[in-house]
Design a protein around this ligand. Structure first.
Ligand SMILES: Cc1cc2nc3c(=O)[nH]c(=O)nc-3n(C[C@H](O)[C@H](O)[C@H](O)COP(=O)(O)OP(=O)(O)OC[C@H]3O[C@@H](n4cnc5c(N)ncnc54)[C@H](O)[C@@H]3O)c2cc1C
Ligand code: FES
Length: 269
């Protein structure tokens, strides 16, 4: 693994050209948010200072036979610490779930050439599904610091509403639904997410692809700008392995260096 590398700089929001390489950082806090969902707080001043919402870090297991690191969206920052929230779905996340305060973990990042663009004033609608919600928590944290924006969050869960409390610390306009009740489209169609039609509406979405496609279509019919965070499976996380390509109107595109955030109109759904 290189200690330093140059990332894509084709867009104005790209990662700075030089980044620290793989490094070992302390685990500050471990908290279970639900049965199989864990929030990890890690100490890394570089990530806490420079990560933009939608960017991700790669975490390495201590198991040397499992060479590929695992990507996780930054869910929030505080001082020189940052959080990630993950579900235990396989061996890598099972190993991360055994971490305890005082342990260390190897990481890389923050990575991702294109983050959510929060420059536009006006109304923001954050639509998240399942484990796509963590990057939106960080977007909501950043938006809460911008006086010219108003944020509404619409969150869809399989069952446990693991992120509602955290989202409510950033916006009081938080609505959620579980699979038994419906989906995020159910909420989008019953709420009035853009109470000021004169204000521009920006939608940020992250979650399962069919959900994001439906949100993209909803945005098209509501004249809203929509940015999608594509959590494609990854290998390296910085452009070397092509494991993460997706079809876009510009051809096959690497999610890690050209994304993970894309205008929804550029994705070939
Ligand atoms: C940019 C990015 C950000 C992510 N952010 C988060 C996050 O904030 N929280 C979180 O819980 N997860 C997130 N993920 C997914 C996370 O990386 C995977 O769940 C993790 O790598 C699984 O590792 P594992 O070794 O436990 O499971 P594996 O043994 O590798 O896989 C277990 C199961 O999970 C599925 N899986 C693995 N990765 C993905 C993926 N990317 N999308 C869909 N299914 C997958 C596999 O197909 C398999 O069925 C993100 C992925 C990307 C690319
Ligand atoms: S994950 Fe290796 S090129 Fe994107």
């Amino acid at each position: 693994m290189p200690r330093e590398w140059t990332t894509a700089t084709r867009n104005p929001h790209a990662t700075p050209a030089r980044q620290p390489g793989r490094r070992t950082v302390p685990v500050i806090r471990v908290q279970a948010l639900a049965d199989t969902i864990i929030e990890l707080t890690l100490q890394d001043a570089h990530t806490a200072r420079t990560a933009r919402p939608g960017q991700f870090v790669m975490l390495y297991t201590h198991d040397q036979s499992r060479l590929m690191p695992r990507p996780f969206g930054v869910a929030g920052t505080n001082g020189d610490t940052f959080t990630i929230i993950f579900a235990i779905v396989g061996e890598g996340t099972r190993q991360f779930s055994t971490l305890r305060e005082g342990d260390t973990i190897d990481m890389l990042g923050p990575l991702g050439g294109q983050a959510f663009n929060l420059d536009q004033p006006g109304d923001y609608l954050l639509v998240g599904g399942g484990l796509g919600i963590p990057p939106l928590l960080y977007a909501a944290q950043r938006l809460a610091a911008k006086p010219d924006t108003r944020t509404t969050a619409i969150l869809g869960y399989r069952d446990t509403r693991y992120a509602d409390t955290r989202m409510q610390t950033h916006t009081p306009h938080t609505h959620s639904i579980t699979n038994a009740q419906g989906d995020v489209l159910t909420l989008l169609n019953t709420l009035e997410p853009n109470p000021n039609p004169d204000q521009p509406l920006t939608i940020l979405t992250c979650g399962p692809k069919p959900m994001m496609q439906a949100v993209h279509q909803w945005a098209q019919t509501h004249n809203a700008n929509c940015q999608t965070c594509m959590e494609q499976r990854m290998g390296c996380g910085y452009g070397a392995c092509v494991a993460c390509t997706i079809p876009t109107i510009h051809g096959n595109t690497k999610t890690c260096t050209e994304g993970p955030v894309f205008p929804s109109t550029t994705i070939i759904w």
